[in-house]
Design a protein around this ligand. Structure first.
Ligand SMILES: C[S@@+](CC[C@H](N)C(=O)[O-])C[C@H]1O[C@@H](n2cnc3c(N)ncnc32)[C@H](O)[C@@H]1O
Ligand SMILES: [Zn+2]
Length: 294
């Protein structure tokens, strides 16, 4: 089956998840498009993702950034994070009775590797009683296109988290990894026992890079406000720190610079110095916050 046919098939089984971003009514499949009762129409791309954004977004998250993120993700840069998230979901499943149609949304999925890894780990470990459906949404078309090309067993959608084109109370888990949140929307999208797993950087995240590019530039770092906002909207279930040093190979230095906004606007001489004198390892330091609806 071609990728596009596969996507149409998967979409038609789960079409009720999506809603029209203009009028918020349900969508129907009409050949290669999705249409609502008011005639708003959205095309399915040839790579198998749907574009449910009202207008093309201008974003600095482009193809080169997502290619670099993909390369490093596949090389294992975020593997301990994926394991921590999958373990967290597994624990939640043990505590919840009904989960026969388990659905995970990755809100701000980028090029899709986190969702793919978490989904695979859950399947591999046979944590779930039935196949899990994974849905990724992001404003950046380049990221979603890359996800859809590589990970066809999951559903991918270009959409704005400010106005998510998704029906209410559908998801058991919302992942929100290194991306902006819309907590009101997360409340609306989660089912009764649902949880949000939000991942934020700590002070030492990519420390070697931060120091090389920004030390002495008066850049202060705090994620206190982000944590506080999370606690205001969700009942904390668990807060876990995931910290490790990833051994950096010489061929990974340029992708590391390309994958993060940290390198945006950095001075040319500092970027050059980092590439000619790279560290042998890079610190990954993240907080994984899990919360449930109050
Ligand atoms: C640092 S990237 C992280 C991507 C991915 N979670 C990862 O860790 O590789 C932040 C992501 O948030 C997305 N984003 C920012 N604002 C958004 C919005 N309003 N709606 C959907 N996605 C958004 C960006 O397009 C980008 O892909
Ligand atoms: Zn509509």
């Amino acid at each position: 089956m071609s990728k596009n046919n596969y996507a149409v098939n998967l979409l038609s089984q789960h079409i009720a998840i999506f809603s029209c971003p203009v009028c918020h009514f349900e969508l129907f499949i009409n050949e290669r498009s999705l249409v609502c009762r008011h005639g708003h129409r959205y095309d399915l791309s040839k790579h198998g993702y749907i574009h449910l954004c009202l207008q093309a977004a201008r974003t600095k998250y482009d193809k080169s950034l997502f290619t670099a993120r993909r390369m490093l993700s596949r090389a294992g840069l975020f593997e301990p994070l994926a394991e921590a998230v999958a373990t967290r979901i597994g624990k939640r499943l043990e505590a919840v009775e009904e989960h026969d149609r388990f659905k995970i949304l990755d809100a701000g999925c980028g090029e899709g590797s986190h969702l793919e890894r978490v989904h695979s780990l859950l399947q591999q470990n046979a944590v779930l009683p039935t196949p899990t459906l994974g849905v990724g949404i992001d404003l950046a078309k380049d990221g979603v296109a890359s996800a859809a090309k590589s990970y066809k067993e999951l559903l991918w959608c270009v959409g704005d988290l400010a106005n998510p084109p998704l029906a209410s109370q559908q998801f058991n888990v919302i992942l929100n990894i290194l991306s902006p949140a819309n907590y009101d929307a997360f409340h609306r999208l989660l089912c009764k026992d649902g949880i949000v797993i939000k991942v934020i950087p700590n002070r030492d995240y990519l420390r070697e890079l931060r120091e090389a590019l920004w030390e002495g530039r008066g850049q202060s770092f705090s994620n206190d406000r982000t944590m506080q906002l999370f606690r205001e909207h969700f009942e904390p279930v668990e807060v876990q720190r995931v910290r490790y040093t990833y051994p950096l190979e010489p061929e990974q230095v340029l992708p590391l610079l390309a994958m993060t906004p940290l390198a945006w606007r950095a001075e040319e001489c500092k970027l050059n110095h980092f590439t000619t004198h790279p560290p042998t390892g890079i610190t990954v330091d993240l907080t994984v916050m899990t919360g449930s609806k109050r």
